[in-house]
Each structure stands twice: as structure tokens, then as C-alpha cells.
Design a protein around this ligand. Sequence first.
Ligand code: ZN
Length: 150
Amino acid sequence: MKLDSMYQDIILDHYRHPHGKGLRDGDAEVHHVNPTCGDEITLRVKLDGATVADVSYESQGCSISQASASVLNDLVVGKTVGEAQVVQEAFLELMQSKGQGEGDEEVLEDAIAFAGVSKYPARVKCALLSWMAWKDATAQALAQHPAVND
Ligand code: ZN
């Protein structure tokens, strides 16, 4: 897999120094696996009203999956659920672009480094693992607080 070297540095930096790793208090917990690569993540979402107060996780697997979870933590914590969903959808779109998408850096920040990954179908699942786990956990957390509406 060949990625732009600057983007590769961003991914490796998140892999080596993951942001927000470790399990903390949460409203919902999910466990997702990517059997094709062997990546696993246990992820918890803590909401404070309509705000994503924390995303904590324990994960193992390849550098792409690990870095993606770190970037996810950076991008969604502190945002409202609605704002975070916009980022999640932009990342999903980038990952489904088969190498054609560039992504909006204003929205995606470090997640833009995964643009090259979208050329490799087997690795797309690695990059999306934590984001799908987040989406699932957030839906469960929201279900516990039906009064919360962004
Ligand atoms: Zn992987």
C-alpha cells in the first residue's frame, strides 16, 4: 500500500500516540470486529445532553484501524451529536470514493490522511471500524436519552 508520505506520517503518528485511548465512563458500549484483518474495538460513548462528552476505546489491530480510532476521538469529542454525524458521513463518503475523493479538510482535519486508503477495499473496513462502532454506540446512547434532540 502506497500512501502520500505526509498522510502516512499523520496515520503513523496517531498509531504510535493514540488520542483518548482507554475505556472510561460511558452511556453505551459496543464491540466491533473486522474479521478480514483481525481488528477489534470496544468503544464507549458518553453524552452530555446533545454533546459528545467522551469517546473512549480499547482496540487492537493494524495501524490503519488504530490510527482511525485516534482520529475519531479527536474529531467527535466536544461536538454535538449532529455535528459529529456530519463528520462521520463525510469520512464514510471519502472511504467509499475508491481513491477518487479528496475530502474536505475543514470538516475532516486529520481524517483526510485516510483518503489514499479508499483505494484499497480491504483496508477501508479497517479505517471505518471505529467510526461504525461510534455510530452504533451513539445510537444506543441516544436511545437511553430520548428527550435529547439535537
Ligand atoms: Zn486492519
